[in-house]
Design a protein around this ligand. Structure first.
Ligand code: ARG
Length: 246
C-alpha cells in the first residue's frame, strides 16, 4: 500500500515539475495579418514579414515574455480567425469601428489612418463628391469597401483581395479610382507615375489590435505593454522608421 502511495506521489511530483518547467518556456503569440499593406505589413526581400504592425507586435510580445508568430491571411478572414481563436490577435492596420466591436475587442489605438482616393493623372475625379457614379476599387472587407458601398452603392464598388490588385485594376482602366488607407496608397503610387493621390480625406480612422472578446486578460496585458511602448517612445520610433517623419 505504502509503495502505491509513494508511486502516486512521485507521479504527482513529476506532473507538477513538468507543468512548472513548461511555464518557463516562452509562450507563443500568434498574430494574424494581411501582409500586402505596406508600410504596416508586407513581405520583405528576404521573404520575412516586416512593417509597423509586425514590429509593434514583436515589441509587445517581448514585453509579455512571448514569442511572435505571424500568420498571413486574407484581410476579410481576420476577425473570424480572432473569434475562433486560431490567432491571438489581428494587427493589420485595422480600423476601429462600432460594427467590428460587436465581434471583437480592440486594444488601445497605436496609429491613425486616412481613407484616401487614388486616381489616374488627369482624372475628372477631383474630390470626394466626384465619386458618385464612378467605378470604385477597394480591398474586400476594409472600411474603404464599407464606406463606399454605403455611400455609392454596391454596384459601383469592385472588391479586390488586396490593395495592389485594386491599384493594378486602376492602372489598366478597370476602375476609375481606388479608395484605400493613405500610407499604403503612397507606397502603391510610388511605383506608378500615372497615378496620383487626391489631396482630400474621405475618412479619418484609428488603428488598433483586435482580440477575442473572452480574452480580457490578454487584452489587458497587451494594452499595458502597448502603453509602456508608447511612453518609452518605441511606438513612435517604429512608425518613424517606416513613415518618414515630417
Ligand atoms: N484600415 C482599413 C480597415 O481596417 C484597411 C486595412 C487593411 N489592412 C491590411 N493589412 N490589408 O478596414
Amino acid at each position: 500500500m505504502k509503495k502505491i502511495i509513494c508511486l502516486a506521489l512521485a507521479a504527482v511530483l513529476a506532473v507538477c515539475c513538468f507543468a512548472s518547467c513548461g511555464e518557463t518556456k516562452k509562450k507563443e503569440m500568434v498574430m494574424g495579418t494581411n501582409a500586402a499593406f505596406p508600410p504596416y505589413e508586407f513581405v520583405d526581400d528576404n521573404g520575412g514579414f516586416a512593417g509597423i504592425d509586425v514590429e509593434i507586435a514583436t515589441a509587445v510580445a517581448e514585453k509579455l515574455g512571448m514569442t511572435l508568430t505571424v500568420k498571413d491571411m486574407e484581410f476579410d478572414s481576420l476577425l473570424t480567425a480572432v473569434q475562433s481563436g486560431s490567432i491571438d490577435v489581428a494587427l493589420a492596420g485595422m480600423t476601429v469601428t462600432d460594427e467590428r466591436k460587436q465581434s471583437v475587442n480592440f486594444s488601445d489605438t497605436y496609429a491613425t489612418g486616412i481613407q484616401s482616393i487614388i486616381v489616374k493623372n488627369g482624372s475628372t475625379i477631383k474630390t470626394v463628391d466626384d465619386l458618385k457614379g464612378k467605378k470604385i476599387g477597394v480591398q474586400a472587407g476594409t472600411t474603404g469597401d464599407m464606406y463606399c458601398t454605403d455611400d455609392y452603392g454596391q454596384e459601383n464598388v469592385k472588391q479586390f483581395q488586396n490593395g495592389s490588385l485594386a491599384v493594378a485594376a486602376l492602372a489598366n482602366g478597370q476602375v476609375d479610382c481606388v479608395v484605400i488607407d493613405n500610407e499604403p496608397a503612397k507606397s502603391f503610387v510610388a511605383s506608378n507615375k500615372d497615378l496620383v493621390i487626391l489631396d482630400t480625406k474621405y475618412a479619418e480612422e484609428d488603428y488598433a489590435a483586435a482580440i477575442k472578446k473572452e480574452n480580457t486578460e490578454f487584452l489587458d496585458n497587451f494594452n499595458k505593454a502597448l502603453k509602456e511602448l508608447k511612453e518609452s517612445g518605441k511606438v513612435k520610433e517604429i512608425i518613424d522608421k517606416y513613415i518618414a517623419a515630417k
